[in-house]
Design a protein around this ligand. Structure first.
Ligand SMILES: *[C@@H]1O[C@H](CO)[C@@H](O)[C@H](O)[C@H]1NC(C)=O
Ligand SMILES: *[C@@H]1O[C@H](CO)[C@@H](O)[C@H](O)[C@H]1NC(C)=O
Ligand SMILES: *[C@@H]1O[C@H](CO)[C@@H](O)[C@H](O)[C@H]1NC(C)=O
Length: 403
């Protein structure tokens, strides 16, 4: 009985006691010896669960608000029946219309980050692409918002009654009870992912986008349906590599060492528009609470978390433009707008509602009528010339946009 070692007697008696208690037999020592590994594994598992329980108990009792009490067994991050959103312990949906419902056959749900005050952008998107047209191609759309009734320095505040009235008409806004703020966008992002896993889990993908980005959802849908249908453990979008935290003092966007200590962000996807299979969305939503909150939401979700969870990031960078002028060219008569697809699937509108409308018009036209592709010297990045505004060094010479 080498196994029992020096303090054999005491261990042996506890061992017998435990066997008696959990296995219901009073074993002989040869039996004990034969099943020693099973027993050790059993004790290890028990210990593990005990420590998990202890940890959750300590976590919940250290928070002052009571909603955590009695919830120590519910999994914090998943939100399947909890009031948690990352470290917010009193999270609730103030609005949660049935966008996906019971309908099957949802290819993707489009999660649009929008500020409550951007009603014009939302209405343009709604008018140009109503839910019926989206449904025709297997998509659903929700706008994600927080609460903005307190007044903010950079944005107008929006009364809750106005939001309620808008949602009464369109029933397409999911609202969380956190305050709308650019430093709270990570809450919004994780809320969107969590919401999708809970209320639209039968969608094969999510498409996360911002409200000022024109996205050709018809073409994105083709991509998802045909090229990336089997995509697995990956995010698809505009990959950003070698991006550095902004350390400039006094900048709104300054990132302190405490917030992010590294010198370079992990490769991440621009929050302008990215795509993810639901399986990846689940992984992200279930793990978000394990990471310290970082307010730059696309870096946090698609960079920091994706890196740690070993989720790939696949760059479709050639399908994006970072210049709103390229979209503008695509919609101008001189570039034969109605004949060709815009060479890219997504680009910024710089909040220009007319450009947004024109771009969505063009996308819809091509979906209905079919368009050709520009090739060779016709492609927009070769032909789309903008005259930069006068600068101290500028000579007013037209400049070809380089991507
Ligand atoms: C929790 O949220 C609800 C809904 O927003 C609010 O009415 C309540 O006062 C909050 N409770 C705490 C403790 O913050
Ligand atoms: C973010 O939201 C939380 C919860 O509503 C709020 O307490 C906090 O003040 C907000 N953060 C900012 C920077 O406004
Ligand atoms: C910001 O300010 C701190 C303290 O005044 C200084 O040490 C640091 O070099 C400054 N950083 C930048 C990027 O200017």
């Amino acid at each position: 009985m080498r196994f029992f070692g020096r303090c054999g007697r005491r261990i042996r008696s506890q061992y017998v006691h435990l066997m008696e208690r959990y296995v219901g037999i009073r074993p002989s020592f040869s039996l004990i010896y034969r099943y020693r590994w099973a027993f050790i594994a059993y004790v290890a598992v028990k210990t593990f669960f005990f420590l998990m329980f202890l940890r959750m108990y300590l976590l919940s009792s250290s928070s002052t608000s009571s909603p955590a009490a009695g919830r120590v067994f519910s999994f914090q991050g998943s939100d399947f029946n909890s009031n948690y959103l990352m470290d917010l312990t009193n999270f609730t949906y103030l609005a949660n219309p049935p966008i996906c419902g019971e309908s099957t056959n949802v290819l993707a749900v489009v999660l649009v980050h929008t500020h409550p005050s951007h009603i014009d952008l939302r209405n343009t998107f709604r008018r140009q692409m109503p839910q019926e047209i989206l449904a025709e191609i297997g998509l659903r759309r929700v706008f994600l918002i927080g609460q903005a009734n307190k007044g903010q320095s950079l944005y107008p505040s929006v009364k809750q009654s106005e939001i309620d009235a808008e949602n009464e008409v369109f029933r397409d806004m999911v609202q969380g009870n956190f305050e709308e703020h650019y430093r709270n966008l990570t809450y919004k992002h994780v809320m969107g992912l969590t919401w999708a896993t809970r209320f639209c889990s039968h969608a094969a993908f999510i498409i996360k986008m911002d409200d000022d980005i024109a996205v050709d959802l018809f073409q994105v849908r083709q991509l998802l349906q045909f090229r990336y249908r089997e995509a697995h453990n990956t995010l698809l979008g505009l990959v950003q590599t070698d991006n550095h935290p902004l350390r400039t003092n006094h900048s709104k966007w300054k990132v302190t060492q405490e917030e992010f200590s590294g010198n370079v962000y992990p490769p991440f996807l621009s929050g302008w528009c990215y795509m993810a299979p639901m399986e990846v969305v689940k992984k992200l939503a279930q793990n978000a609470h394990k990471f310290p909150y970082f307010w730059i939401d696309d870096v946090f979700v698609t960079g920091i978390m994706a890196e740690d969870l070993k989720i790939e990031r696949q760059g479709l960078n050639h399908l994006y433009t970072i210049h709103s002028a390229l979209l503008e060219c695509c919609t101008l008569e001189q570039f034969s707008p109605k004949k060709y697809y815009c060479d890219v699937f997504a680009g910024p509108t710089s909040g220009d509602n007319n450009l947004y409308k024109a771009a969505l018009d063009q996308f819809y036209y091509c979906y209905r009528k079919g368009c050709g592709r520009r090739t060779g010297t016709e492609i927009l990045i070769r032909t789309c010339v903008v005259t930069p505004k006068e600068t101290p060094y500028g000579r007013g010479v037209g400049e070809v946009i380089a991507l």
